[in-house]
Design a protein around this ligand. Structure first.
Ligand SMILES: *Cc1c(COP(=O)(O)O)cnc(C)c1O
Length: 405
C-alpha cells in the first residue's frame, strides 16, 4: 500500500487509489470510459471550459457558498466552536449541482445528446435535470416505482424541468434496480448518451472526476476559514454516503496534517442488527458497480440490503478514495444513528434557524458530540451538504410528536 501524499489526491492511470477503485466493466463499456477519461483530462486544463464552469458556479449556483459560525449552538454545547460550510444555499439545495454541472458541460463538449442517471430519493435526478436544461441536453432519469411513489415532489420537479422519469419495475423497485436499468440503457447507446454518476463511485474516471468537480467546497472553505480566523480549523466533519460532499471538503485539507478529519456514516437503528449503511465501519473490500472498495456484502460477495433514515446515505458501497483514506488512517470514520440525527436536525433548526437535510444532520450530530469534549478555542468545520426542505413532511410524520410539531 502506498502512503505517498500525492496518491491521496490522484488515482494512478488505471484509476486506483492505493488498492481501491479501478474499472470492472464489459469491454464495450471500457472503450467508452477510456474516451471519457481522455476527454476529461483534456477539458480540465482548457481555459474555456474552466471559465464557463466558474461563471456558472458563480451566477447560476450562487457560489461561493457562505461559511457560518454557529455561535448559538456552540455556546449551548459549551465546547468547541462549530462552523458550517453552507452547501444548502446552492441552487437546487445541495452540493450535487457542483458535479452535475461539470458532467453536463463535459457531455456537451463531447458532443453527447443526452444525460442519463439513476436516482433514489430524487436529489441527484433534480440536480442533473437542472444542469441538462442549462447546458441544452436531454435527460433520462431511471427511478424505482417505490421511490417514485415516496418522493413525489422531486419527481414533479424533474418533470417540470423536462426530464423523462423512467419507472423501474424490476426487483425491489428501488435504487439498486434503477442503477442496473440505467446501466443497461447506457450500454444500448453509449455514443450519444453520457451516464452521469451521482457520487465519487463507479468505474474510473468517475471517482476522480466527481471529486474534482466537488473540491471547490474545500478550496473555498479553507480560504474563508483562514480569512475569518487567521488559522485552519482543528477538525473537519462531513457525512458519507457515496462520499462526494465529504471528498469535496476534505481534498483541500489532506496535506494539512494538523487538521483532523472525520467522515460520518449512518448507523441507522444500530450497528448490531444490520439495519445501517456503515460501509467503512463494518464492510470488507469487494467489487460493486464497476469499482473496488469497502462494501457491505454477504459471504458470496453480494451487496447486503442497507438502511438509513437518510435515503441519500443508504448505499452498500463507498467511494474508493475513502477506502484508502481509512486504511492509511488519514480520515477517522465514525457513525451517527437515526435518533441522534433527528435530534441534531431539530437542534440546528431551533438554535440557528437552519433546517438541514437528514443526510447533513448526521454530520451535525457527530460534530455536536465532538464539540462537547473540546475546549472553547478549538474549531470544527462541518459540511452542511444540503437543506432539509425535502425532508420536512417525513420528519414531522415520524418524529414530530417528540418535538411538539
Ligand atoms: C446525495 C446527498 C448526500 C450523500 O452523497 P455523498 O456523495 O456521500 O455526498 C449527502 N447530503 C445530501 C444533501 C445529498 O443530497
Amino acid at each position: 500500500m502506498t502512503t505517498d501524499i500525492r496518491s491521496l489526491e490522484m488515482p494512478n492511470a488505471e484509476g486506483y487509489f492505493g488498492d481501491y477503485g479501478g474499472s470492472f466493466v464489459p469491454p464495450e463499456l471500457q472503450t467508452i470510459l477510456d474516451e471519457i477519461t481522455v476527454a476529461y483530462n483534456e477539458i480540465k486544463e482548457d481555459p474555456e471550459f474552466i471559465n464557463e464552469l466558474t461563471m456558472l458556479m458563480k451566477d447560476f449556483v450562487g457560489r461561493p457558498s457562505s461559511l457560518f459560525h454557529c455561535k448559538n449552538l456552540s455556546a449551548k454545547i459549551g465546547g468547541a466552536q462549530i462552523y458550517l460550510k453552507r452547501e444548502d444555499l446552492n441552487h437546487t439545495g445541495a452540493h450535487k449541482i457542483n458535479h452535475c454541472l461539470g458532467e453536463a458541460l463535459l457531455a456537451k463538449k463531447m458532443g453527447k445528446k443526452k444525460l442519463i442517471a439513476e436516482t433514489g430519493a430524487g436529489q441527484h435526478g433534480v440536480a442533473l435535470a437542472t444542469a441538462a436544461v442549462l447546458v441544452g441536453l436531454e435527460c433520462d432519469i431511471y427511478m424505482g416505482v417505490i421511490d417514485i411513489e415516496k418522493e413525489k415532489p422531486n419527481v414533479t420537479r424533474m418533470r417540470i424541468l423536462g426530464a423523462n422519469v423512467i419507472p423501474v419495475t424490476r426487483g425491489t423497485q428501488t435504487l439498486k434496480d434503477a442503477v442496473d436499468a440505467a446501466f443497461e440503457a447506457y450500454l444500448e447507446d453509449p455514443v450519444t448518451q453520457l451516464y452521469a454518476i451521482g457520487s465519487v463511485v463507479g468505474p474510473h474516471p468517475f471517482p476522480m472526476m466527481v471529486r474534482d468537480f466537488q473540491k471547490i467546497i474545500g478550496i473555498e472553505a479553507r480560504a474563508q476559514f483562514q480569512e475569518k480566523n487567521g488559522k485552519l480549523p482543528d477538525h473537519l466533519v462531513a457525512c458519507v454516503g457515496g462520499g462526494s460532499n465529504a471528498m469535496g471538503l476534505f481534498t483541500a485539507f489532506l496535506e494539512d496534517k494538523a487538521v483532523k478529519i472525520h467522515g460520518v456514516e449512518p448507523s441507522g437503528v444500530g450497528l448490531e442488527d444490520g439495519k445501517h449503511a456503515a460501509t467503512l465501519t463494518l464492510g470488507q473490500p469487494g467489487t460493486l458497480h464497476g469499482f473496488k472498495s469497502y462494501l457491505l456484502q454477504d459471504d458470496a460477495g453480494e451487496p447486503l440490503p442497507v438502511y438509513s433514515v437518510a435515503s441519500g446515505l443508504d448505499y452498500p458501497g463507498v467511494g474508493p478514495q475513502h477506502s484508502l483514506l481509512k486504511d492509511i488512517k488519514r480520515v477517522n470514520y465514525v457513525t451517527a444513528g437515526d435518533e441522534e440525527t433527528i435530534d441534531a436536525l431539530f437542534e440546528l433548526s431551533r438554535t440557528e434557524g437552519i433546517i438541514p437535510a437528514i443526510e447533513s444532520a448526521h454530520a451535525v450530530a457527530y460534530a455536536m458530540v465532538l464539540a462537547k469534549d473540546l475546549p472553547k478555542e478549538e474549531t470544527i468545520l462541518v459540511n452542511l451538504s444540503g437543506r432539509g426542505d425535502k425532508d420536512i413532511d417525513f420528519v414531522v410524520e415520524n418524529y414530530g410528536k417528540k418535538f411538539g410539531v
